[in-house]
Write a protein that binds this ligand. Structure first.
Ligand code: PEP
Length: 256
């Protein structure tokens, strides 16, 4: 009942229109027959316009990598949800661990952003996940529960159902060290149980929970086989059309 979703987070790469469009011209034909899953690309702000133009009438949707929680005004350097919606973004990534750890975004800030994105009909992809230190201290679940409770505070059932949760263990991001499918599934079940106890079982069944952290063509199909893993958020391997399309195909062919 959940439609899997694969996101490609380009981070601070392919920020020049020519590099972004070169990549997409390769990717579009490679994934054009994919119809079982949602495909989302998150380019830097500077290439949103050419990327949105090029993907119109394709099966690729576009996400921004971040946004601010105010609509307009004296917020130098920030980007409003209104701008993103008007440009044609369907999704926005919020609370990526790089924004939390490097740019010091708190769960409270992320909660404001999630609510604002939903107000403007942008589907949030909200990242949560523990550092190595919490995993090794056997505190991963405690850490994730706190992120969950604050980041999704005061959302209605319908709002949470529109939200995608990306479980991204920080020790697995960009490190080449992937969580095993069993480690990831254990946390996905934990998050689904949190949704069931704080919302209801219908919402727990509907919310899509992606895994993110060093997904590659070689490990994708093992991760996507797990019942509670509804696709993935891909960093490094989303930068090449070939590797990203292989991951997309692995998800499309997976018996979700
Ligand atoms: C990410 O940054 O969201 C991510 C999952 O990166 P990578 O695939 O490179 O680990």
């Amino acid at each position: 009942m959940r439609r899997p979703i694969i996101g490609g987070n380009w981070k601070m790469n392919k920020g020049l229109p020519s590099e972004a469009t070169d990549m997409l011209k390769k990717l579009i034909p490679l994934v054009k027959n994919i119809d079982n899953i949602d495909i989302v690309i998150a380019p830097p702000y500077t290439t949103l316009i050419p990327v949105i133009n090029l993907t119109k009438n394709t099966n690729i949707m576009i996400a921004a990598q971040n946004m601010y929680f105010e609509e307009k005004g004296a917020f130098t350097g920030e980007i409003s949800p209104i701008f993103l919606k008007e440009l044609g973004c369907s999704y926005v990534i919020l609370g990526h661990s790089e924004r939390r750890d490097i740019l010091k975004e708190t769960d409270e800030i992320i909660n404001k952003k999630v609510k604002k994105a939903l107000n403007f009909n942008l589907n949030p992809i909200v990242c949560i996940g523990e550092h190595l230190i919490e995993r090794e201290a056997n505190k991963a679940k405690e850490f994730i529960e706190k992120q969950f409770r604050i980041s999704f505070k005061d959302l209605s059932d319908e709002e949470l159902q529109k939200t995608v949760i990306a479980y991204e263990p920080i020790w697995a991001i960009g490190t080449g060290r992937t969580a095993t499918p069993e480690q990831a599934e254990e946390i996905h079940i934990f998050i689904r149980d949190l949704i069931a106890s704080s919302y209801n079982s219908k919402t727990a069944k509907v919310v899509r929970i992606q895994y993110g952290g060093s997904i590659k063509p070689s490990n994708a199909k093992y991760i996507f086989k797990k019942e509670n893993i509804d696709g993935g958020l891909v960093g490094g391997a989303s930068l090449q059309a070939e590797s990203f399309s292989e991951i997309v195909k692995a998800a499309n062919d997976s018996p979700f």
